[in-house]
Design a protein. Structure first.
Length: 130
C-alpha cells in the first residue's frame, strides 16, 4: 500500500469537516432569513405613559405601539430612536440592534465552508506535484 501524503490527508479531513458543517449552516442561515423576512428601517418614538415606556411608530399606513421589552434601550435623542419593522407585518418592530443569531450562523457557515474549500484544494495539490 503506497504511503499517504500528509497534505492530502489533512486536506481531505478539513474538506469533510468544513463542508460538512459549513454548507448546512449556510442553509440554516438562509432558512432563518426566509422565515424572518426583510426588515425596513423606521423612526420610533419613545414615550412614558402611566409609568411604562412605550414605543410608537408609523408603518404600513397605520400607527402602532407596544411597551418596551426587557433589554431594549429606553434612551432616545429628542424622544426618537431608530428601529426596524417587518415588511410582512408592520406591527412587528425592533427597537435598536436586531438579534445577531442569523449573522453568527451565516458567519460560521462562511468560515467553515472556506476552510472546507481550502482543504479540498489542498487535498488535490499532491496530485499535481507528483
Amino acid at each position: 500500500m503506497p504511503p499517504v501524503d500528509t497534505l492530502a490527508l489533512v486536506g481531505e479531513v478539513l474538506s469533510w469537516i468544513g463542508l460538512g458543517v459549513g454548507v448546512p449552516l449556510l442553509l440554516i442561515a438562509l432558512l432563518m432569513r426566509l422565515a424572518e423576512g426583510p426588515w425596513l428601517p423606521v423612526d420610533i418614538a419613545i414615550i412614558e405613559r402611566d409609568g411604562a415606556t412605550i414605543a410608537r411608530w408609523f408603518a404600513g399606513g397605520d400607527f402602532h405601539e407596544r411597551p418596551l421589552r426587557h433589554g431594549e434601550s429606553s434612551t432616545a435623542d429628542d424622544g426618537f430612536t431608530t428601529g426596524v419593522v417587518s415588511s410582512h407585518n408592520p406591527a412587528r418592530a425592533r427597537v435598536g440592534e436586531p438579534p445577531h443569531a442569523r449573522r453568527v450562523v451565516r458567519t460560521l457557515g462562511i468560515v467553515f465552508t472556506a476552510v472546507g474549500v481550502l482543504g479540498l484544494i489542498g487535498s488535490f495539490v499532491p496530485l499535481f506535484l507528483g
